[in-house]
Ligand binder design. Structure first.
Ligand SMILES: [Zn+2]
Length: 277
């Protein structure tokens, strides 16, 4: 069967009347497992649907970006760094037995651009009308401008956090355009805008105007900040005894809440459990 080609606007560079290509979220290559032959169950967060979820083969794909954004901007320029970062974390998971401190070198700009690109591509198509839904809010435009223009600074109100992530079911989570709030502070609570990609072995969390004091919340204290700076190459240090629980942030604890739109969110897990090797 010939795969249907959608025509429309690219959700990353906004070029109109493009042949839209399928973006893999997360990108191919970070999958240490599962394989393309494997069946996954796809569910929307927050939906009341009790069904086991839609079957998909392999990873999640979204026909929402033009060929140039897919093959050049993400595939050639930025994804290889995210893939390398994930492979390093995976290797250390086994060598360290999940204890101690991990030191992983990384190029923050490339990882950030890869994450932003896949966030824009994910769930950027209306299931019924097949029209692209584009993130064009002010905060997201700051990210788009940064993604498309090499050499400019990472937008100052955004931060990027990550942590080693492992779930028994090998669940992958995409939460796009959601709000997180910490209701516990004395002035009546803080809220901030976020995007999240989570798949073995890493959680990647973009936050906009997250107040510094919110970072003191127990659930957030184990996040490692990898926001790119002018010196883009750095080392990420993870302390295994401080990483967030495996359902963070979609099942917040204590005084944290999240607000999300189910059409911009999903979780997938393989139908048959995956053993890591
Ligand atoms: Zn494009």
């Amino acid at each position: 069967m010939k795969r249907q080609i959608y025509q429309g606007q690219c959700s990353i560079c906004l070029a109109k009347n493009q042949d839209l290509t399928e973006d893999h979220v997360p990108p191919k290559g970070v999958y240490l497992r599962p394989t393309l032959k494997q069946t996954h169950r796809l569910k929307r967060f927050g939906s009341h649907d009790k069904k086991p979820g839609k079957r998909i083969n392999g990873g999640l794909r979204f026909p929402t970006i033009c060929r140039n954004c897919n093959n050049v901007l993400l595939g050639a320029k930025n994804d290889p760094e995210l893939i390398k970062f994930c492979k390093n974390i995976h290797t250390h998971f086994f060598n360290s037995n999940g204890t101690g401190v991990l030191r992983i070198p990384f190029d923050g700009h490339k990882i950030a651009r890869s994450v932003i690109g896949h966030i824009f591509a994910a769930h950027a198509i209306n299931d019924e009308s097949k029209e692209t839904i584009i993130n064009t809010g002010e905060a997201d435009n700051l990210l788009r401008n940064y993604l498309l223009n090499e050499g400019i600074e990472f937008p100052s109100d955004w931060q990027l956090f990550c942590w080693p992530y492992y779930s028994k079911n090998n669940t992958q989570v995409i939460l796009k355009s959601f709000t997180m709030a910490d209701l516990s502070n004395v002035t009546g609570g803080d809220s901030w805008y976020c995007h999240l990609l989570k798949f073995y072995p890493v959680g990647l969390f973009l936050t906009y105007k997250m107040p510094f004091r919110a970072k003191m919340n127990n659930d957030l204290i184990g996040l490692f900040e990898i926001t790119p700076t002018s010196d883009s190459n750095g080392n990420a240090y993870f302390e295994f005894n401080r990483i967030p629980h495996d359902l963070f942030p979609e099942n917040p604890q204590g005084s944290l809440i999240i607000l999300l739109y189910d059409k911009f969110t999903s979780s997938t897990s393989p139908q048959t459990p995956v053993t890591l090797k």
